[in-house]
Design a protein around this ligand. Sequence first.
Ligand code: URA
Length: 267
Amino acid sequence: MNAAIIGYGKMGREIERLLVERGHGVGLIVDVDNRGDLDAAHLRGIDVALEFTTPATAYDNIRACIDAGTPVVSGTTGWTDRLDELKTRCLNCTECELCKARTQVVFGVGNPAADILLIGEGPGENEDLQGQPFVGRSGKLLDQFLESIDLSREKNVYIANMVKCRPPKNRDPKPEEQEACLHWLREQFKIIRPRLVICVGRIAAQRLIDKDFRVTRQHGEFIDKNGTLFMGTYHPAAILRNPNNKEAAFGDWLKVRDKIEELHLNV
Ligand code: URA
């Protein structure tokens, strides 16, 4: 079979790998941004077109396939739709005590198709007011680290927290609050399917990497968990309290940059 892949995002690349692995040909790859170029002539010699774009863009692509007599399989991934649906449910959550004092649920922000997921601890005062993770002073520092290695929440990472509601007076989230909230993060993980997870701070690293995780000793180490790499680093709030750790934290982000290159992650 000789296939065309239309919409070359994360799913498109996975399908390409699968096709090649099974001995099929990939005769044409069309990025969604260039879909206007697609016409019947491009589809000559293509047996099947696999379409991974949003419904709004699918029509033109499907029409070109019909014109060319090429069967089309429309496999819209719907990352955004699925995450939006999850968010709508999460915003109404009352599964633990933290819902009582919150102003807003802080679900998460970023590119749902990102290969990199950052997980913090929980919203602080600014996050609770604005409904976005990491928007206070520590968020600014996190954004600086990200920018230094060409990452950003607008482009190529997704950012979430262990708990979605602010713990009073910014105390650590209690184990039972983390447990109650964990299923939201699991569902986010299943939709985003990151290849690299950065645990920002002790709370996330101890719950997701190792219950005895010590940031001072284990920061910057990559651990493979069922095919996904996890790494724990300093929480920016801890760096603001003790700026001596800034250099070590920066070193962790440089390691992330190297890992992105080594694994050819999509950024
Ligand atoms: N600290 C966190 O861990 N998460 C936020 O969203 C803000 C501060």
